[in-house]
Design a protein around this ligand. Structure first.
Ligand code: 13P
Ligand code: 13P
Ligand code: MG
Ligand code: MG
Ligand code: MG
Ligand code: MG
Length: 365
């Protein structure tokens, strides 16, 4: 059957700073879905990563469906009321507009969704990150879908020999979506030339060139484009279908051992290594480090299995220790140079005021 996977996430308030949502807020979001999902959803799961709550759901209404988006919006609204009642920090932080208007895109919450004909076995991964932006997924996706040094399937699995089509969005445009389609392997250097700038160019989707099927959907929301100022980091989510003519689960996970430096961390203004963590992990050191969780599922006739936590394994404990070292190393450098983001990212925050004041005191000799 044809099924739609929709994931929608929002930060609607957290305990003790930008750490994690309260249990009451989480329960409220779940209760809202339990009470209102009949006739709309087939199945759903609620989880959190740092201070962001993600709703993953299945249905048959296709992508961009207003009923699905409205249900998530209302669940987050209900949660926000509780967050306000508890005095949580940043209550309703990602709900940037007052009213729902048919589609949750552009209102603040991040969306990743895709519709496809279910395979006999339909394994997929649900990633959720905190304290970073959607470009954080550029490098791991490039390595998992275009580099045989990480994805052995590109040389071992005939279903992948033709490679993958990348849809990349220029997220610097605020008025309309600007996208380019490039094919791996022949456009590999062009893909790399764009992905190297993750604050501007973001992978939105990846398709198999063997079957034409969609493998990846990433949320591309840049909150500062909607708000015009810094209102927290985007904290992106993504769905990745695996196995068969797609990379194996382990090939998609493998690049995350790098702990590559991403934008985010404290006040969304620094570089920090992306740490793979268990679902429902908090943030801590310097409001970070930036974290990413991964829940592995199978879906059949829209029914989800229980999630398996892909980063809950002794191997990743070792990786987390190494990445903690990377985090400490760059933090030793404080505000200086590459440790803090370039002005193009900071211009949505308070430093603009400071530089305007200082500018007046400059003299020309
Ligand atoms: P199993 O024999 O455990 O199913 O492994 C198959 C495989 O190809 C793993 O990448
Ligand atoms: P969040 O987007 O996770 O709320 O992070 C905001 C922030 O500025 C943390 O220091
Ligand atoms: Mg927050
Ligand atoms: Mg967050
Ligand atoms: Mg955020
Ligand atoms: Mg097996």
């Amino acid at each position: 059957m044809k099924v739609t996977l929709t994931a929608i996430k929002a930060d609607i308030g957290s305990v003790g700073g930008h750490i994690r949502p309260s249990n009451r807020v989480l329960e409220t979001v779940e209760n809202h879905l339990r009470q209102h999902h009949q006739g709309i959803l087939i199945d759903y799961r609620v989880s959190y990563t740092g201070d962001d709550i993600a709703i993953l759901c299945t249905h048959t209404r296709g992508v961009g469906d207003s009923k699905i988006h409205e249900l998530a919006w209302n669940a987050f609204k209900a949660g926000t009321e509780v967050a306000k009642d508890q005095g949580l920090y940043g209550a309703g932080q990602d709900l940037l507009k007052d009213a729902f208007s048919g589609n949750i895109r552009g209102l603040g919450p991040a969306v990743a969704e895709m519709e496809f004909e279910e395979r006999t076995a339909e394994p997929f991964l649900f990633f959720a990150a905190d304290k970073t932006d959607p470009g954080a997924y550029n490098l791991p996706l490039y390595l998992a879908f275009a580099d045989p040094m990480f994805c052995s399937g590109l040389i071992l699995s005939p279903g992948m020999f033709k490679g993958f089509r990348f849809v990349i969005m220029d997220v610097s445009h605020t008025d309309a979506d600007r996208v380019i389609e490039l094919n791996a392997p022949e456009d590999l250097y062009d893909i790399a030339a764009l992905l190297r700038d993750p604050e501007r160019f973001v992978i939105e989707a990846i398709y198999s060139r063997e079957t034409g099927e969609q493998a990846v959907a990433v949320s591309t929301t840049r909150l500062h484009n909607i708000a015009g100022k810094y209102v927290g980091k985007d904290d992106p989510i993504m769905i990745v279908r695996v196995q068969g003519s797609f990379p194996a689960t382990g090939e998609v996970l493998a690049p995350f051992h790098l702990g590559h430096y991403v934008a985010g961390f404290m006040r969304g203004s620094h570089s920090g290594p992306l740490m793979p963590v268990r679902q429902n992990t908090t943030t801590s050191f310097f409001d970070g480090p930036p974290i990413v969780s991964c829940a592995a599922y199978c879906v059949h006739e829209g029914r989800l299995t229980a999630p398996v936590d892909a980063f809950d394994h002794p191997f990743w404990d070792y990786v987390r220790e190494k990445i903690s070292e990377k985090a400490i190393e760059i933090r030793r450098q404080g505000f200086f140079g590459n440790a803090m983001l370039p002005f193009s990212e900071l211009e949505y925050g308070g430093i603009v005021k400071k530089l305007e004041e200082l500018d007046k005191r400059f003299v020309t000799r």
